[in-house]
Design a protein around this ligand. Sequence first.
Ligand SMILES: *[C@@H]1O[C@H](CO)[C@@H](O)[C@H](O)[C@H]1NC(C)=O
Ligand SMILES: *[C@@H]1O[C@H](CO)[C@@H](O)[C@H](O)[C@H]1NC(C)=O
Ligand SMILES: *[C@@H]1O[C@H](CO)[C@@H](O)[C@H](O)[C@H]1NC(C)=O
Length: 413
Amino acid sequence: MKSIYALTALAIWICSARGQSQVWQQCGGTGFSGSTTCVPGSYCSEINDYYSQCVPGTDPNAPSQSSASSAPPSQPTGTSPPAASGPLKFYGVNIAGFDFGCNTDGNCQASAAWPPLLKYYGHDGEGQMDHFVKDDGFNAFRLPVGWQFLTNDVLGGPIDDANLQEYDDLVQACINSGAAGCIIDIHNYARWNGEIIGQGGPTNEQFAATWGAIAAKYANNSKILFGVMNEPHDVPDINAWADSVQAAVTAIRNAGATSQLILLPGNNWTSAETFVSNGSADALNKVTNPDGTKTGLIFDVHKYLDSDNSGTHADCVTNNIANAWQPLATWLRANGRQALNTETGGGNTDSCAQFLCEQIAFQEQNSDVFLGYFGWAAGNFDPSYVLGEAPTQSGSTWTDTSLVSACLAPNKH
Ligand SMILES: *[C@@H]1O[C@H](CO)[C@@H](O)[C@H](O)[C@H]1NC(C)=O
Ligand SMILES: *[C@@H]1O[C@H](CO)[C@@H](O)[C@H](O)[C@H]1NC(C)=O
Ligand SMILES: *[C@@H]1O[C@H](CO)[C@@H](O)[C@H](O)[C@H]1NC(C)=O
């Protein structure tokens, strides 16, 4: 989560305004003004009210033609498979606190971390996770932590055992909640105290050493996901950044964590919208496991729904489908890759309930390429925080915020 974004022009995903739409392009839906005709060999398939796209083949709902004129159109070659609908693998919430004090320039102080656990005088993150699993059907949590907390403020230093023990209390609470996934998220914006990893700041070796030590600790736990870095931004050289990510991946795998998912973050605050256009997709698509495969390497993307994409406003203005999720789905499918949306959310307002529910529905309609989403945020945030998702407890009863109830909780939407 960042506090400021550059002001953003509302991006409009331009489908060919003239002529016919290409395979996998949009061809209809609420507010769509491009071509509703698809190139030969494909047809316009309605995904939902706000999105139709050209898919290869013949429209099954088209009036049947006489046998004389119906030579079947040839399948276009080199196209990707169609979208598959179904439940997402991960329905999650961020449990924030260990990242408190981390600024977007990667300045954090170990002493500013605030563990979201009662035993450390934080909120009851353990109770929250238990409630989210039991009452709402969530099955995953992201657990942000500052790099400085892990090494007790020593750049390049070893993991601090006492600090890791505190963080591990939260990890174990996640595992014990019954969740299927617990993300370890280093929440440093590609930086340490203002300097970019591998580009003037910490070396890739220092970054990889931290990840290697964490991975060694969790190597045998299949519920752990490794979130390499939260929201890189303004990273000048995306290929150099991919090298830093590669160093982390290699260290994690070589530490024995050979099968868990690793989340690869792109530039521009891991924006789902510019992941492809800004070059992150091409650069990170080259990152591999030590054996040369890409198994278990998942792209990490964020998206908020407010007017400037910042996740700081109570009202939402977009479901992000046309500008972000659909183009990303198309790229992922064409390249045989998958992504996980580890931050999204909005205020407890009607507009956010509408748009976030639409975004989630779209992700479920493309669950072959989207593994899930994580709301921002519960943990040590109060429900009064504009994007607060922390439930409130009265006796043994937990009450969710309205956006959790309306959209995020898989049992309820
Ligand atoms: C970052 O992403 C936002 C949308 O999420 C976009 O509006 C903005 O132009 C992007 N900035 C850069 C530098 O690519
Ligand atoms: C993980 O499992 C392997 C094989 O069972 C074992 O050799 C190794 O010590 C375990 N590592 C940890 C950190 O528990
Ligand atoms: C990505 O965004 C940066 C600004 O953060 C810009 O300098 C760069 O040219 C962009 N790269 C591409 C490939 O669009």
